[in-house]
Design a protein around this ligand. Sequence first.
Ligand code: FAD
Length: 353
Amino acid sequence: MSHDSEYIIIGAGVIGLSTALELGTRHPTSRIIILAKHLPGDRSTEYCSPWAGANWLSVATDGGRQEGWDRVTYEKFGDLADEKGNETGVKRLPIRAWFDREMDEAGVLSVEGEGKGRIWYKGLTGLRFVEEGKPEGSVFGFECASFVVDVQRYLPWLQGEVLKKGIDILRVSVDDIGEVFERFPGAKAVFNCTGLGSYNLKGVEDKLLYPTRGQVMLVENPKTPMTRMYFRSPQRVNKDTTYIFPRNPGGGVILGGCRVDNDWSGEVSMDFAEDIKRRCCALAPELGRPEDLKVIQHGVGLRPSRKGGARVEREIISDVVVIHNYGAGGAGYQASWGMAKNAVDLVAEHTKL
Ligand code: FAD
């Protein structure tokens, strides 16, 4: 097949793979190549995507593009869950979320607007405030319809869809973005989806990026089936966060966690793991006692956070169009399809110039 244009994507995390699929769908006659140091199946603290829980619970309150990214993804996850069965690892599952601060400080709901509380995203269904099972110290809680993403299934599925579209994936570690311009001089645009890698990638070196460390563990599914996710935190974005994401059916349960800014350590703390077990068992009765949990694996991931929020933006570097798409922090799954769409829209913007 002859190609009318060529695009390069650096990065094969959830952002790079989603961007490749969006680009391949909208530019089917183009040649697209992904270059990445780490691919689905790899485990490294330089590769955030495999360590996520993951779920959809928006943190966006900007009334603007961040909310838009999450809304696009909410709708896309709905399609994937309803049309593809268990294949993708994306499933509908309600979440029960508890907050230990008053609503206006919790960073989630506002008392203004529609209904009892305005949710940040109107498309969110099944929202109701709950009292039953309220943990001591919590101020309020709600339940809503959401999605759980079994990332161990989802990342290979994304990669498979990419390959089905004829997109090539090359394992390449890029030191300087200029190397990509030299190797692919005809590229119409280079998408930079390197996550935290953009901190050191020469030609970009974005020092607004910083890691937000998270520690999780994968445990065996409890005998009592889990029909919801759980979340508890002082605020939606806070270092002391507890969450339980069942990877139904039978993929185990992710227990977490924490959000520690500016901590680059990839080491698992076994003392902290005990704390996670205790907090999770107190929140989800289905899990039973901490000492009875069957732990399969511990993990630490570094979320690619960025002062001012994710960077989805076009920049000309050495006369080459670079479309940045990185810095999703703790929202890379729930914002992925919206960020991908936004990034690919920037190609068209360039074409018009
Ligand atoms: P990455 O997954 O880090 O991928 C970066 C890619 O770029 C890799 O392929 C890497 O090899 C490549 N790369 C980097 N530098 C170079 C280079 N120089 N040359 C070549 N290749 C390079 N998000 C949610 O939405 N919901 C959740 O519930 C959730 N829970 C989380 C829980 C934990 C514990 C953690 C750690 C994260 C969680 N996240 C969650 C956040 C989410 O995982 C991240 O936002 C997302 O994975 C970021 O994806 P990415 O593709 O930008 O980066």
